[in-house]
Design a protein. Structure first.
Ligand SMILES: *Cc1c(COP(=O)(O)O)cnc(C)c1O
Length: 395
């Protein structure tokens, strides 16, 4: 067999093995999603696998905004933004993002993945250096590889190692540091005060991915700068419309020169069709809801405290999570699959994350708590995790 077919057959072998054992949980269609509840295989379960951190999916004003956009503009954009694809909605959404992130301007794209890919590869090239935290999201890694820049990685959230990498890059090279605000598998928060200080000292540009910090961190959910009281610490503020915000798409917010540059250079903007009207309208309405209903952020932050505290008190290893993303470490892949089976049997919808997405001995349930959960929901889930954890010998 040639190497391509071998690669394909290896994945198929692993898939068949897990499926055969009745432990394959991915790609299950959810027949209904309603607040904190989902229906899966005809069963109602409490959802602890959702990124809808503020419970905005199905919000009447957001739905209505999307419907009005379809009535007015239809379902597509028929072109790239720079030619005939721009609608007033796109400009309004960019203004809303800029206001929310307190920057001059913003640019929007059709996904968060594409935003990272195109932004990193537009900012750095062959003669530059890009420096990443080892746990950065795959879309950042792919952007770095595509850019052709020298690609250096530092140990997770380790500021001594970041400084070593900045020195290694040298004073004369263009330097871009990219980090996640909240790490998407571990739920911990980047040390922004130190990262931004080091970037200033070493004359490096700082880009931060806020996929899991918008709506989550800071008193009004504006993200990591608000969390640390460090407005203006980040040069390139990236985020998505696919998690807290119930739409799809991504953005970069920053100063006018940066946004004008990206609008003429970023290949995913210049060569790919514009965000559909309904999704742009939903994203804009969501930012308005976050601004107008700050109580949702407080509810989320209270729920995080209760959920995380409850898991720790029961003896689970949750790494250094401080956010709604809470890993429940299981160890071996098999154990994570068995925990998932039990939790789903007991009515809690959760999913396992296994290697190679995370290191082989750190397979986990990747749980998410949201503002849509009630205290009773959280207490019930804690009971289920405890029962399942004891059954498989985890606690
Ligand atoms: C989900 C995610 C993305 C990709 O966003 P999409 O809008 O889903 O394409 C990028 N970065 C991080 C950290 C993410 O978690």
């Amino acid at each position: 067999m040639d190497s391509i077919r071998k690669r394909i057959s290896e994945i198929n072998r692993r898939y068949a093995e897990v499926k055969e054992a009745g432990l394959y949980f991915y790609l299950q269609p959810l027949e209904a999603v309603e607040g904190a509840w989902v229906a899966c295989n005809g069963r109602r379960m409490l959802n602890f696998a959702s990124y809808s951190y503020l419970g905005l999916l199905g919000h009447p004003w957001i739905d209505r905004s999307a419907q009005q956009a379809i009535e007015r503009y239809g379902t597509g954009t028929h072109g790239v933004r720079i030619l005939a694809g721009t609608l007033p909605l796109h400009a309004e959404l960019e203004q809303a993002v800029a206001r929310f992130k307190k920057t001059d301007d913003a640019i929007v794209y059709t996904s968060g993945y594409v935003t990272n890919l195109t932004t990193v590869s537009s900012l750095v090239g062959r003669n530059d250096v890009v420096i990443c935290d080892k746990l950065n999201h795959a879309s950042i890694v792919d952007g770095c590889l595509l850019s052709g820049a020298q690609f250096l990685r530092f140990c997770h959230n380790d500021m001594t190692d970041l400084e070593r990498r900045l020195r290694q890059a040298g004073p004369d090279k263009g330097k871009l540091v990219v980090v996640d605000a909240v790490f998407s598998m571990d739920g911990d928060i980047v040390d922004l005060p130190q990262v931004s200080r080091l970037c200033r000292e070493h004359n490096a540009l700082l880009m931060v991915d806020e996929a899991h910090s918008v709506g989550v961190l800071g008193a009004t959910g504006r993200g990591i700068e608000e969390h640390f009281g460090l407005d203006g610490a980040i040069d390139v503020k990236m985020g998505t419309f696919s998690k807290t915000i119930p739409s799809v798409g991504g953005y970069v917010a920053g100063d006018q020169a940066l946004i004008t540059y990206l609008k003429h250079v970023a290949r995913a903007f210049v060569f790919s069709a514009a965000l559909p009207p309904a999704q742009a309208a939903a994203a804009k309405a969501s930012l308005e809801v976050i601004e107008e209903e700050p109580a949702r952020v407080r509810t989320l932050q209270r729920n995080v405290e209760m959920f995380l505290g409850g898991l720790k008190a029961r003896g689970f290893d949750t790494l250094h999570s401080q956010t709604p993303i809470v890993p429940i470490i299981c160890g071996k892949d098999e154990l994570a699959f068995h925990m998932t089976a039990l939790c789903q049997e007991f009515g809690i919808f959760v999913l396992p994350v296994v290697s190679p997405a995370v290191p082989a001995n750190l397979a986990r349930l990747r749980t998410c708590v949201t503002a849509a959960h009630t205290e009773a929901d959280i207490l019930h889930a804690l009971d289920v995790f405890e029962r399942a954890g004891k059954r498989v010998g985890l606690i």
